[in-house]
Write a new protein. Sequence first.
Length: 205
Amino acid sequence: ELYHESSFTDIKLIIGDRSFLCHRIVLAACSEYFCTMFTSDFKEKNEAEVNLVEIDPVIASLVIKYIYGHELELTLMELSRVQAIYTLALQWTIRELQKQCHDCFIAIMNAKNCCQLATFADYYHAPNLRDEILVYIRENFSGCIKAKSIKDLSYNLLIKLIQCDYLNVTDEDSLLESISIWIDSDRSQKKRYIISLLSSLRLPY
């Protein structure tokens, strides 16, 4: 209610082409990022306006509403939007929202999106999320090959998977197919990895 009525606000967040009237104490209570900003010797500590760059104002609006108690129905959103919310929750260090996004990713994970999610988690240094997704990929590797989602893995994750002793595949042909799908998705950029990927296979002599 305080947010919607803009009552007793003491800070304006300027994000892109939008501005948000907020309360320092509310932001700081939910976000370690804002707590540090408003309690340490940063210039923003005593300023009435703070300009936050390289943030999508639409996503910021959702996260700010969350800070003020609005429930986000993450499982009803597009995956890309949940990923954007998670990224901002990481940046602003909103741990409960990070956990909710984590749980959402696991709930909506399937053979079509799991590889992209694993690469996303690895990029943002979320090892718990990444490893949980990798378990799913290991157990459903054939489904990922069929969905051709293997192409969305990073090189490091792909080689980690094909070297794994617990990968659920019946033969090396499946591994060769996975490498082929991955290479063919961006041959100009990925062809340099062919030798290292093939050499990692345990092919029969």
